[in-house]
Write a new protein. Structure first.
Length: 285
C-alpha cells in the first residue's frame, strides 16, 4: 500500500516546529521514521500534516549536565550506542542499545521517536523508568518535565499534549548503582516476548530496586510488590524465589501472537530470577 496524501512541512527552528505542531489538524512529527513510515504505508496512521523535524538544531546532542546525562530527542540509536559518556555513566542504556532492532534501524531511529511511540514491547521505555529518568517536553507556551513512570499511559499513548513534543530525556548518572537487563525474543532484532530492566543500589542488599518489565502489559510494568519483597535481601536464589512469587500476585500479562498470558508470566519469573542472579554476580565482583 501507499501512504495517504498529507501536507509536508520541514521547519528549521524549534520555534517553527512548535508553531506548526500547534496548528491543529491531525499532525505527526517525523524524526527517524522507522515506525511512522510503515504506519503511513499500511494506513494505520492517516495524518493530514507531517512535520519533519530532522533539520531542527539543538536536539541531537548527548550532554554531561552535572548529575544527569541529557539526551536530545533527535539522537540516533546508533549514536547513543557509540557514546563513551553513555557507556561510562549509563551502562544499562549502553548494554541495551545493540538489542534494539537492527543496525539499519538504529542508524535512523531516534530516542525521542521511540519514546513518543510508546510501544509496550520496546526496550527503551522500560529502561528509562528503571533509571528514574525525566522527559523534557515543549509546546509553544511552555516547557515541562514529566517523570518517566508517568509518561507512558497505554498502547501508543503518552502524557504528551497534542501541541507538545519531546525535546530531551534527562537521566541520572548511575554511579553507585548496578543494573541487569534480560529479554526473551525469537530472533535478534525482534520485539521481545518479555523483557526486564532492573537497577538497584550497589553493594550486597537489594536497596532501592526498580524492576520494570516490557512486553507484558499495555505499557512498561513496574513490579512494586517484587521490589518490596527483595528490599534488604542479598541478590540471589532466595531473593529470586520471593520476587517470582510476588510477581505472580501482581502481574496479569496480556497475551499476544507470541505467547498466551500463562507463558508470559512464566517467562517474566524466569527473567526476574536471572536478573537477580546477575546482580548477585555483579555485587561479588
Amino acid at each position: 500500500m501507499k501512504a495517504p496524501d498529507f501536507a509536508y512541512e520541514r521547519p528549521e527552528t524549534i520555534e517553527a516546529a512548535l508553531a506548526a505542531l500547534a496548528g491543529g489538524d491531525d499532525v505527526r512529527l517525523l524524526a527517524g521514521g522507522q515506525s511512522l513510515v510503515p504506519m503511513l504505508n499500511f494506513r494505520v496512521a492517516t495524518p493530514t500534516r507531517i512535520i519533519d523535524i530532522n533539520r531542527v538544531p539543538g536536539l541531537d546532542a548527548i550532554e554531561d549536565a552535572g548529575d544527569i546525562v541529557r539526551i536530545g530527542a533527535l539522537v540516533r540509536h546508533a549514536t547513543l550506542e557509540r557514546s563513551e559518556l553513555v557507556a561510562r555513566e549509563l551502562p544499562l542504556v549502553h548494554e541495551v542499545m545493540p538489542l534494539i532492532g537492527h543496525a539499519a534501524i538504529r542508524s535512523r531511529g531516534t530516542v525521542g521517536g521511540s519514546l513518543a511511540l510508546a510501544d509496550p514491547a520496546a526496550e527503551l521505555p522500560a529502561c528509562i523508568i528503571a533509571l528514574d529518568a525525566t522527559m523534557v517536553v515543549r509546546s509553544e507556551a511552555k516547557e515541562r518535565r514529566i517523570a518517566a513512570g508517568d509518561f507512558f499511559q497505554g498502547v501508543y499513548l503518552t502524557a504528551l499534549g497534542p501541541d507538545e513534543m519531546i525535546v530531551a530525556v534527562e537521566v541520572p548518572k548511575q554511579a553507585g548503582r548496578r543494573h541487569a537487563f534480560r529479554e526473551m525474543a525469537r530472533r535478534h532484532g525482534d520485539y521481545a516476548m518479555v523483557g526486564l530492566a532492573m537497577t538497584a543500589a550497589a553493594g550486597g542488599p537489594l536497596d532501592d530496586a526498580r524492576i520494570v518489565f516490557f512486553g507484558v502489559a499495555d505499557r512498561p510494568f513496574r513490579a512494586a510488590a517484587a521490589e518490596a519483597v527483595v528490599a534488604g535481601l542479598a541478590a540471589g536464589t532466595e531473593a529470586g524465589d520471593r520476587a517470582a512469587a510476588a510477581l505472580a500476585g501482581e502481574l496479569v500479562p496480556e497475551g499476544d501472537l507470541n505467547a498466551p498470558p500463562v507463558m508470559k508470566l512464566h517467562l517474566a519469573q524466569v527473567l526476574l530470577r536471572r536478573a537477580l542472579a546477575d546482580l548477585s554476580a555483579e555485587a561479588g565482583r
